[in-house]
Design a protein around this ligand. Structure first.
Ligand SMILES: Nc1ncnc2c1ncn2[C@@H]1O[C@H](COP(=O)(O)OP(=O)(O)OP(=O)(O)O)[C@@H](O)[C@H]1O
Length: 359
């Protein structure tokens, strides 16, 4: 006998984001932050050293970086919690931290503390009042948002009984109460178990699909890859690469995020090797390599590594090899992942990399 468990989030509908919100939402240019402890210069921490990035309406923009990269510092400046030491930051074209900008932002801190005497509904009522909403709007928004975050039906239970994942979903609802134009999330899935992570992620995905602009920071690469449309990789107070997921660019980026590396073992008649190599060379990419593995009287076995942009490049390479009657003994494609890119960039920035930079 099979049973189907009803998914409380299944038919939640997300209101479309305000159509009037367009263009650049977050603009950060040459942003600097120096924390000072004491008067000595040696007591200074350069948390941001000239960060520039832009997030447009409808994007889910992720800030990804190891511990200490400067992600929280950047978010604090955007929210007006701390002042920058140089450069500029604006939201909707308004100075970051100004009252006008802050009114249009919903914020979920890393660990939102909801007073234990609340239920989900009374907590939303409380946050709605803080945002200056009237009773009817609070009622309507609470109904919509409790459904959106999958807490419908649990809304009259004490939050004392809530799991961390449920509390985080309640936090998302509270951040959305005043229907902000920008949602800022600080490590939204940190500290949650896999179920809690996936539930929070699904809420973010729903908001993304409805066109909401979201700016989030995380050190969990997989999460960022799943929910974000755009990304900036940070380390040591600098942006190392940024752009749409899969098309990151940056000064230190050696390999395009979407490219393929092919490892092959070939058996080639010695008389044909030179022409094969001369035809393959232009197709092989900068990190290409030929390594002689074994020789027999007429044939040599080569281990070959080459870069391809896509599958059609791989096919063309295989065609050239076969035209020269070389045998392909093994062929192993390796697609560069976001993790490859991230590790390459962070290794360059931190040398040596601390073993705990990735969770
Ligand atoms: N109030 C402060 N005073 C002095 N230094 C600080 C302060 N806040 C942060 N820092 C330092 O600034 C740097 C950036 O910290 P920040 O918290 O912005 O990084 P992060 O990327 O958010 O890291 P995490 O993922 O660990 O939260 C770190 O070296 C940190 O120790």
């Amino acid at each position: 006998m099979s049973s189907t468990v009803a998914d409380p989030m299944e038919d939640a509908t997300v209101p479309e984001a305000e159509p009037s919100v367009a263009g650049t939402i977050v603009a950060v240019d040459g942003l600097k932050k120096v924390y000072r402890s004491g008067w000595l210069k040696s007591g200074q921490v350069h948390a941001l050293s000239g960060v520039s990035l832009h997030a447009d309406a409808g994007q889910v923009f992720g800030l990804l970086g190891p511990n200490g990269a400067g992600k929280t510092t950047l978010i604090k400046i955007l929210l007006g919690v701390i002042r920058s030491s140089g450069g500029s930051a604006s939201l909707f074209g308004l100075p970051a931290g100004s009252a006008a900008a802050r009114r249009r932002v919903g914020y979920l801190p890393e660990s939102l503390r909801v007073d234990r005497h609340h239920t989900a509904r009374t907590a939303l009522k409380y946050y709605g009042r803080l945002s200056g909403l009237d009773a009817a709007t609070i009622q309507q928004r609470s109904d919509e948002l409790l459904k959106l975050v999958g807490l419908e039906g649990r809304d009259r239970e004490s939050v004392k009984r809530f799991s961390k994942g449920m509390l985080q979903r309640l936090g998302l609802a509270q951040a959305l109460m005043h229907d902000p134009d920008l949602l800022v999330l600080d490590e939204p899935t940190d500290g949650l178990d896999p179920v809690g992570r996936s539930e929070v992620r699904r809420v973010i995905e729903r908001l993304r699909d409805s066109g909401k602009t979201i700016f989030l920071n995380s050190h969990i690469l997989h999460e960022v890859e799943l929910v974000c449309t755009h990304l900036a990789i940070m380390a040591k107070g600098r942006v190392l690469a940024s752009g749409p997921i899969g098309q990151l660019s940056g000064p230190g980026l050696e390999v395009p995020t979407s490219s393929l590396t092919i490892h092959m073992d070939l058996e080639v008649e010695r008389s044909r090797l030179e022409t094969l190599q001369s035809e393959l060379e232009p197709m092989m990419g900068a990190d290409a390599a030929w390594q002689l593995v074994r020789s027999s009287p007429d044939t040599d076995r080569w281990r070959v590594q080459l870069s391809c942009d896509d599958q059609s490049d791989v096919d063309a390479t295989v065609d050239v090899i076969r035209e020269h009657q070389a045998s392909i003994l093994t062929l192993q494609p390796h697609r560069h992942t976001l993790e490859d890119t991230f590790m390459q960039l962070v290794r360059q920035a931190h040398s040596p990399v601390e073993p705990d930079v990735l969770n």
